[in-house]
Design a protein around this ligand. Structure first.
Ligand code: GLN
Length: 541
């Protein structure tokens, strides 16, 4: 019998940053624990076609999928919480919708009609949502923005219509709100939730389930009050208490009866959820005996959201090594020859992540040098790898002034440069080397020991590349290729063996790390940092 996909729409009210993405991801994980297949979608209300051209200070990390889509960071949560493989179609923006509608209009596809928000924009949104199902049991759709914003209205109208189109048993609305605790009166307040639900009902959507963020435990009375004013049953009010580890969210949701309610309302028969793996993972997180501190040298250090996947990858590698990973964010612009020793005095590893633009570049190069000379475990990712190459060229190979042509187009030693395909590109959006590429790992390399295989696939997001003209000079001095593109043209990983752990990779391994399946490079790096810490402490440093 043909099985239709059930849709769960997740909206948010009161405030932004309440954790809609985590809630959607957690619902996905719970559905998988019941043996269902899931997919997820994020609809973003801004006009940019994708977040690729947006400043990380404003938007946080750009998450990259295997097929090279530059997407919202919530897709990172979705992939980490579930087994769904996400693609371009799992994230769209208002900009993309308008772009598609305007192109159709120019091609004459609307046959003389006046093109309007309803039905043309909403139909385009609905088509994209429907196209997502593709045989999965449950599609979870997160509506970006906060209810009441002008921007997200067409999305809300589209999801309102979909319940009528697909039938009430196939569509569920979950609304996330906040229950603020007012210290002066010592009470949890429900009014903002009531107003938020009112705003949603004004556009024709009656939420089925409310997830209420709260710092304090809430009583049955409060649930009853919310239920009464918001037109739901008390058991449809789910308390989402603050947690210390984000992966606990799904266990709390389960304890509150969320997944049971979802399958009941959507009329899905499933097995009882199997949560053992998540429970033992959380158990492992709570019983870590060790700790390491990693110095992260970058320019987006004031907004940790910019390094979301990186932070999660380090966390997962920590759990694998039974260690808490403390992150010390160091602003590369403030790193000088005078400050470098004190900044790194208490770190067990140095990591230079990806980045764009020349600000703070010399600080990053200083960080690499410090790590190399003091034999502190070093991990360079994308721009971090490029800076490791520049540092090595300058200070070991004596190529004075070596640089990436991104920062000095006139350098005599362009160790990092643009490949021919990139030289002619003028549009900035979506034109980098993006998405998954295969990479060959030489058998005698450190990376071979780490990955345990000779062929890997990793995700990229960059324009510049290691210049193969310099490969021999650098290899002679010990900076070797630990990963090469299958055609032999591109150096994807560099490694330096005369060092406890020194690896730079052109790709972003953090995008493929999962909480319970830590990425081999990160797991091995954290292990090296733990070993370094022991040797540092034994020397009394
Ligand atoms: N700016 C560098 C490039 O475009 C590195 C990019 C990155 O770190 N993601 O190649």
């Amino acid at each position: 019998m043909y099985k239709s996909t059930k849709f769960i729409f997740v909206t948010g009210g009161v405030l932004s940053s309440l954790g809609k993405g985590l809630s959607a991801a957690s619902i996905g994980a719970l559905m998988e624990c019941r043996g269902l297949t899931v997919t997820l979608l994020k609809m973003d209300p801004y006009i940019n076609v994708d977040p690729g051209t947006m400043n990380p200070f404003q938007h946080g990390e750009v998450f990259v999928t295997d097929d090279g889509a530059e997407t919202d960071l919530d897709l990172g949560h979705y992939e980490r919480f579930t087994h769904a493989i996400l693609r371009q179609k799992n994230n769209f923006t208002t900009g993309q919708i308008y772009d598609a509608v305007i192109q159709k209009e120019r091609r004459g596809e609307y046959l003389g009609e006046t093109v309007q928000v309803i039905p043309h924009i909403t139909d385009e949104i609905k088509d994209k949502i429907r196209g997502l199902g593709n045989g999965v049991d449950v599609a979870i759709v997160e509506v970006g923005g906060t209810v009441g914003d002008i921007e997200s209205l067409p999305f809300l109208e589209a999801i309102r219509q979909l319940r009528v189109d697909l039938g009430p048993q196939n569509v569920l609305y979950v609304h996330l709100t906040l229950l603020p605790f007012v210290k002066a009166s010592g009470e949890v307040k429900t009014k903002p939730t009531q107003h938020s639900v009112k705003a949603l009902r004004e556009v024709g959507i009656q939420p089925d389930i409310l997830i209420c963020r709260t710092e304090k435990k809430i009583t049955r009375d409060i649930k009853e009050k919310i239920a009464l004013f918001c037109n739901v049953r008390p058991e449809e009010v789910i308390a989402a208490e603050d947690v210390t580890c984000i992966y606990e969210v799904l266990l709390n949701f389960h304890d509150e009866g969320l997944d049971q309610k979802v399958v009941e309302l959507l009329n899905i028969w499933t097995r009882a959820p199997i949560l053992d793996e998540w429970r033992s993972f959380i158990q492992a997180v709570k019983s870590m005996e060790l700790s390491v501190t990693i110095g992260i040298v970058g320019k987006y250090v004031n907004l940790h959201e910019s390094y979301k996947s990186l932070n999660e990858a380090l966390f997962a590698a920590g759990v694998k090594n039974r260690s808490t990973v403390n992150l010390k964010f160091i602003d590369s612009e403030l790193l000088t020859s005078e400050t470098v020793t004190s900044e790194f005095s208490n770190v067990d590893g140095i990591l230079v992540p990806g980045g764009f633009g020349s600000r703070g570049i010399e600080g990053k190069i200083k960080a690499v040098r410090f790590a190399r000379e003091n034999k502190i475990p070093f991990f360079g990712i994308c721009l971090g790898m490029q800076m490791a190459v520049v540092e090595f060229a300058r200070n070991v190979c004596e190529l004075e002034g070596a640089n990436s042509t991104e920062f000095n187009p006139e350098t005599s030693y362009p160790v990092i440069h643009l490949m021919d395909e990139q030289r002619s590109i003028t549009d900035k959006g979506g034109t980098m080397r993006l998405g998954a590429y295969e990479c060959v790992i030489p058998e005698n390399s450190e990376c071979h020991t780490i990955y345990g295989t000779t062929r890997i696939s990793e995700r990229h997001r960059h324009r510049y590349e290691f210049n193969p003209e310099f490969r021999n000079i650098l290899e002679e001095k010990g900076l070797r290729a630990g990963g090469i593109s299958p055609d032999g043209k591109l150096i994807e990983i560099v490694e330096y063996s005369d060092h406890p752990w020194f690896i730079g990779c052109q790709f972003h391994p953090e995008f493929k790390s999962k909480p319970m399946d830590s990425h081999p490079l990160f797991a091995s790096y954290i292990k090296a940092c733990l070993d370094y810490k022991i040797s540092r402490e034994s020397k009394g440093k």
